[in-house]
Design a binder for this molecule. Structure first.
Ligand code: 5GP
Ligand code: MN
Length: 344
């Protein structure tokens, strides 16, 4: 059952009513849920006549670009001065879709140093409540976008009527919920379908949204996914799958961030596979993306072996390791974890 703390929402409403300058931030490598929540919040605040700026730690995938039609989202890594000023000059800082400042990497110091009132809205396990003045966190919900949807509905000017949300807010919320659930495949609750139903009735064009999200990629991206599944997917002990995406392969297929979104789920289609991991080579580290079958917890796996965390069935992290070392490291760590978690 959806159980949002009414007192916290009342406090949030007062903060919005009394504030003038807002800054909205999301996590590093922003995904649909992070970008969707930030855009939804910005458009909602603007509709109330407030000043609102979004700052993200780094670039977001091209398939989300339509959510920022004016192209005014600031990227901290590309423009530290302007992004830093937006953070330090705001009265209220909305932190969306992450549970601790460390998830914003380089931007974390600026966020911590900010004198603004800090508000967290998120759906990850273990929010770092001490860093925030107000925390609205739930884990039994599909996404931050869904949580934000139910919260915005409680604002007096919306009064439970989704059709009173600004159109871009509605679209952005639907987008983030769709990408975080992998289009209604995972982490879907009764409240998620209520949200979807109400937003469709309010006029969100889901067909157009799905086309923008899933049918606008390059040919190279689909061939890369083919290559990964055909030739790169390895399976340890018949149960633990991994794929590696090194720079060489990225260049060969014209890879850009977000291109292989979702591919890490595919090995779970194999009957006996319990855990699937994708290792993507990045500038100074290897990005780790992990998925599991429903009763296998990979949040603990990500924390213990990959300097990360996340949700029970979708987690991630990073390694500072040569790509060549990964097969051995993965096999050893997953076997150790499987023993402890009694998966073997
Ligand atoms: P993805 O595989 O889609 O990149 O990430 C799945 C989930 O894992 C995210 O929603 C997030 O909760 C978590 N996650 C990904 N990368 C990291 C990381 O570096 N640190 C932590 N703590 N969580 C991560
Ligand atoms: Mn999310």
């Amino acid at each position: 059952m959806l159980n949002i703390h009414a007192e916290s929402v009342a406090e949030l409403v007062r903060t919005v009513e009394n504030g003038r300058k807002f800054c909205i931030v999301g996590h590093t490598s922003p995904d649909g849920d992070a970008v969707g929540a930030c855009v939804a919040m910005r458009e909602f605040l603007r509709s109330l006549g407030k000043e609102a700026v979004i700052v993200l730690p780094n670039r977001f995938p091209a398939f989300l670009r339509h959510l920022d039609p004016e192209g005014t989202i600031l990227l901290y890594d590309a423009d530290k001065e302007r992004a830093g000023r937006a953070i330090s000059g705001s009265q209220v800082l909305f932190c969306l879709d992450f549970n601790s400042f460390s998830r914003t990497d380089e931007m974390a110091d600026a966020l911590e140093a900010s004198k603004a009132r800090k508000i967290l809205i998120d759906h990850h396990i273990g929010p770092d409540v001490r860093s925030f003045d107000l925390t609205l966190s739930m884990t039994d919900i599909s996404s931050t976008c869904e949580l934000l949807y139910h919260i915005l509905k409680m604002f007096p000017n919306v009064g439970g009527n989704a059709s009173l949300l600004p159109p871009l807010t509605a679209e952005a919320l639907f987008t983030g919920m769709t990408t975080d659930t992998n289009n209604f495949a995972n982490s879907v609750y009764p409240s998620t379908f209520s949200m979807a139903s109400e937003l469709l009735a309010a006029g969100v064009d889901r067909t157009a949204m799905l086309c923008r999200l899933y049918n606008q990629f390059s040919e190279g991206r689909l061939r890369l996914i083919g290559e990964l599944l055909r030739n790169r997917m390895k399976i340890v002990d018949g149960k633990f799958s991994y794929m590696m995406l090194p720079f060489g392969l990225q260049h060969e297929y014209g890879y850009s961030k977000g291109d292989v979104e979702g591919v890490v789920n595919r090995p779970l289609e194999i009957k006996d596979v319990l855990i699937s991991v994708l290792f993507t080579e990045d500038k100074d580290f290897v990005r780790v993306s992990i998925r599991s079958k429903p009763d296998v917890d990979v949040n603990a796996f990500a924390r213990k072996y990959f300097n990360g965390g996340g949700h029970k069935n979708a987690a991630g992290g990073r390694l500072e390791m040569d790509m060549g070392m990964i097969p051995e490291y993965f096999a050893a760590s997953v076997r150790e974890y499987a023993m402890q978690a009694h998966l073997l």
